[in-house]
Design a protein around this ligand. Structure first.
Ligand SMILES: [Zn+2]
Ligand SMILES: [Zn+2]
Length: 91
């Protein structure tokens, strides 16, 4: 279960909208939370970014549809960079 502090953080991240749409200057798009997997870190403790349905779950347009490598090549930005930008915005 997420703690109160985590929930507040997730809410802020979701409110920022899609991190990739923001990066691509497509404006604020409602976002879902995407967990960034790093090795064996449990999902609940993985850092989170916002991605719209299109960039989160779209078959040929998203991180889960294309896989991380293709996604990062396609949009010329890494997941970690999107995380860095997100963390900056919610400080
Ligand atoms: Zn998006
Ligand atoms: Zn995801």
């Amino acid at each position: 279960m997420a703690t109160k502090v985590e929930k507040e953080k997730y809410r802020k991240i979701a409110e920022l909208g899609c991190s990739l749409c923001r990066h691509l200057q497509l404006g604020e798009t409602p976002a879902e939370l995407h967990h960034i997997r790093r090795g064996n870190i449990p999902r609940a403790q993985a850092p989170v970014i916002g991605l719209c349905t299109y960039h989160h779950r779209g078959s040929n347009t998203s991180i889960h549809g294309m896989g991380r490598k293709r996604f990062e090549r396609e949009y010329a930005i890494t997941e970690e960079k999107l995380l860095e930008q997100t963390e900056k915005l919610i400080e």
